[in-house]
Design a protein around this ligand. Structure first.
Ligand code: GDP
Length: 446
């Protein structure tokens, strides 16, 4: 997700940061391009207008033009405005559970949006991470297999599901689920409602009736990130009729343009709480506005990357890596250890999206068709360097390049390419440091 937006924005910023001084016309031109980039990513027009107006006002207010690094100031202003648009702080993306259990979580949305899968994912998260006792209940009495589907999911996860009573209607199932929740000492009851292909008043009325019976702790609107411009109508409608407390975006692993994510929060004022990133039941991520803004701006998502890495490498190494990255230091040894970790972690494409500066290299990457083999070759190049060279890439001039190329069994062009790639990554790290990335980015690393 966000690929198109990300590469367009990074080319706007490239132009800006390359210049020493900016005229008012440069800033206006950049704003125009940002506006187009957002519209093309399917962000709703009123949201785009607000956003651009806010950025423009701040850019002018903060004397960007007179500042020493005007381009970077614009990037920072856009970054901060994006974070605001996506929901400000991390706190509000946490799930709220009732003080007196069981806490009902009501899942609503269109058919096929990923409600049932997400119900399972949330059940898994709450049972494994938070050690909660969870009961799953399907209120979908219209699709013949729906209740059964949820029961099977529950079995896979080792999570209880409410026994099915044929012919019972949604409101009664909800009551029974809550009763069972109380009697069985459950912490959370997840109620998966029926969806239709389009917004349907009858269905809305039914969900509203269920809501009145259970008084949910959370009412989560599940939406496919691919939905595009319809996202705004959908979110507004569900929010007005049912009153949602949060949004779950699914299929962000696909190539959605991402605009839905950006507008839904702005239009409803409700936070995006979770992201579905795949079909598997562990493919669920918490939503962190600052990390997503970083991904959109091609600055990468260092914190998520480090967290992922932390699952596979020693905590100590992960912290060292994060600290170094955020200090803006990044030599070829760091690059090598990143390659090695990536190989260990698998899913190279997903991880690459989190690496700083990657938007700029998107084309190169797709041309190179990055996979384990390519990473292996790059690793070989770095391994053919001396320790000194790795720590100080400036040493690597023509004759050293020839030696390294011969050692790795590649041509000099490949060595140049790798050095350039390293330079780009190092530049982004420096840029993040200047932006005060440490505070913003390490915020979520608890
Ligand atoms: P429901 O009708 O809203 O309950 O939708 P389902 O939960 O049955 O999901 C519909 C399809 O979308 C299934 O094939 C799921 O595996 C798939 N799906 C759900 N969430 C995601 C996700 O985050 N990523 C991907 N790639 N597929 C998903």
């Amino acid at each position: 997700m966000f690929d198109g937006l990300s590469s367009r924005l990074s080319s706007v910023f490239d132009k800006l940061t390359r210049r020493g001084a900016l005229s008012e016309a440069d800033v206006s031109e950049a704003m125009r391009e940002i506006r187009i980039a957002l519209l093309e990513a399917d962000v709703a027009l009123p949201v785009v207008k607000d956003f651009v107006a806010k950025v423009k006002e701040r850019a002018i207010g903060q004397d960007v033009i007179k500042s020493v690094t005007p381009g970077q100031m614009v990037v920072k202003i856009v970054h901060d405005a994006l974070v605001e648009m996506l929901g400000g702080d991390d706190q509000e993306s946490a799930l709220n559970l009732a003080v007196v259990p069981p806490a009902p979580i009501l899942m609503v949305g269109l058919q096929g949006s990923g409600k049932t899968t997400t119900s399972g994912k949330i059940a898994r998260l709450l049972t494994t991470r938070d050690r909660k006792k969870v009961l799953l209940a399907s209120l979908d009495v219209y699709r013949p297999a729906a209740q059964h589907q949820l029961a099977v999911l529950g079995q896979q996860l080792g999570v209880d599901s409410l026994p099915i009573i044929a012919g019972q209607m949604p409101v009664d199932i909800a009551r029974r689920a809550m009763d069972e929740g109380r009697k069985g000492g459950y912490d959370v009851v997840i109620l998966d409602t029926a969806g239709r292909l389009h917004i349907d008043q009858e269905l809305m009325a039914e969900v509203a009736a269920v809501r009145d019976v259970v008084t949910p702790s959370e009412t989560l609107l599940v939406t496919d990130a691919m939905i595009g411009q319809d996202a705004v109508t959908l979110a507004r409608e569900f929010n007005e009729k049912i009153g949602i407390t949060g949004i779950v975006l699914t299929r962000i692993d696909g190539d959605a343009r991402g605009g839905a994510a950006l507008s839904m929060r702005a239009v409803t004022g409700r936070p995006i709480k979770l992201l579905g990133v795949g079909e598997k039941l562990d493919a669920l991520e918490s939503f962190h506005p600052d990390r997503i803004a970083g991904r959109i701006l091609g600055m990468g998502d260092v914190v998520s990357l480090v967290e992922k890495a932390a699952q596979h490498i020693q905590q100590e190494d992960a912290e060292k890596m994060a600290a170094k990255m955020l200090e803006g230091r990044f030599d070829l040894e760091d690059m090598l250890s990143q390659f090695q970790q990536i190989k260990r972690m698998g899913d190279i494409k997903g991880l690459l999206g989190m690496m700083p500066g990657i938007a700029k290299m998107k084309k190169q990457i797709s041309e190179a068709n990055i996979d384990d083999k390519v990473i292996g070759r790059q690793e070989a190049i770095i391994l053919s360097m001396t320790k000194k060279e790795r720590q100080n890439p400036d040493l690597i001039k023509a004759s050293r390049k020839r030696r390294i190329a011969a050692g790795a069994g590649v041509d000099v062009a490949a060595v140049n390419k790798l050095l350039k790639q390293h330079q780009q990554m190092a530049d982004v790290m420096k840029q993040m440091k200047k932006m005060g990335g440490k505070k913003g980015l390490l915020g979520g690393l608890g």
